[in-house]
Design a protein around this ligand. Structure first.
Ligand code: GLN
Length: 305
């Protein structure tokens, strides 16, 4: 049943790639074939379902914000993380900085660049990037996850906007550690390369409240996972989060590499790769796959059955 629906969802959504474009701010993302589409579902009873390009590696980009938030909650605590970063959808583009200028304002939430850079500034002094990478591999049950050096260097040479955001945050007292080290950590996390399968693995771990489905080891606390899933539901699809919540109703996080991480609580983790993006930076075909799955398998958070 799940395999049939998944195969249909991917086939039906493929043409939607024509409606979008790959991210264009660095060549490494713009030259990815926009017709890739893959979707993977891992279920809590051990099922593994795949359709399309689920083993192709791509750039995790903003989906790393979920991992950084989770680890920051574990290592720094809720009070520190949310002292100056909010929990509200911003309604603005992910890299917006206009509202930050206003006196007394702070980043709306940890899923946009400003919020994630602030969270990384609390996290970076506590954990090395190498340990983050090792932990990410465990969370995703994918030992092959690595840093894409080309993406990393390209991102670092196109960092002006994020650097402006970070120094504004330092000026406002939101960032109190080294700004350049924070930016380097943020960009490294964005430059990890994953597959749709890796994201399904992470989704299943979050669906199960933080316990690794493969080993039974607790990797994240229930409190951390509850916060992360709630923020994904309200803020995970940037300024498309509200519409997505109504139409799909599955806590998700997108990235401009074309990935979407989705969590059907207690039941499944879903990973998608479809690099053609809509105007908000979300995978066009990926969103369609999720809409299809949600409707056919009754996965909306408020579905009765
Ligand atoms: N590296 C990108 C940035 O910092 C990530 C953004 C995204 O995936 N939306 O702007």
């Amino acid at each position: 049943m799940i395999q049939t629906v998944l195969t249909q969802a991917v086939a039906a959504s493929r043409p939607a790639a024509e409606l979008g474009q790959t991210a264009s701010y660095i060549p490494e993302l713009s030259k990815v074939d926009k017709h890739h589409l893959g979707a993977c579902v891992f279920t809590s009873d051990g099922g593994r379902y795949s359709a399309g390009d689920t083993k192709v590696r791509f750039s995790i980009q903003s989906i790393s914000k979920v991992i950084s938030l989770a680890v920051a909650l574990e290592l720094c605590g809720f009070e520190t993380v949310f002292a100056q970063v909010g929990m509200e959808p911003s309604g603005d583009a992910f890299n917006a900085m206009g509202k930050l200028e206003a006196a007394g304002s702070s980043p709306s939430n940890p899923m946009i660049n400003a919020g994630a850079i602030a969270v990384d500034s609390y996290l970076e002094p506590k954990i090395s990037f190498d340990r983050m990478l090792a932990f990410t591999r465990k969370l995703c049950m994918d030992p092959e996850i690595g840093l894409d050096e080309k993406v990393y260097h390209s991102e670092m040479s196109n960092i002006s906007r994020n650097r402006a955001i970070a120094y504004l945050l330092e000026n406002k007292g939101v960032i109190r550690s080294d700004v350049e080290r924070t930016l380097d950590f943020y960009v490294r996390m964005c430059s990890l390369s994953v597959t749709a399968e890796s994201l399904a693995g992470l989704g299943l771990l979050l669906a199960g409240g933080g316990i690794c489905p493969a080993t039974g080891e607790r990797l994240l606390s229930p409190d951390t996972v509850r916060v992360v899933k709630t923020i994904m539901l309200t803020c995970g699809m940037y300024d498309g989060s509200g519409t997505f919540a109504v139409q799909v109703g599955i806590p998700s996080k997108s990235g401009v590499g074309g990935g979407i991480l989705s969590v059907v609580d207690r039941r499944m983790g879903i990973g998608i790769f479809g690099p053609a993006l809509d105007g908000k930076g979300n995978s066009v075909a990926g969103e369609r796959v999720l809409r299809h799955l949600s409707q056919q398998l009754h996965l909306h958070i408020f579905d009765a059955d």
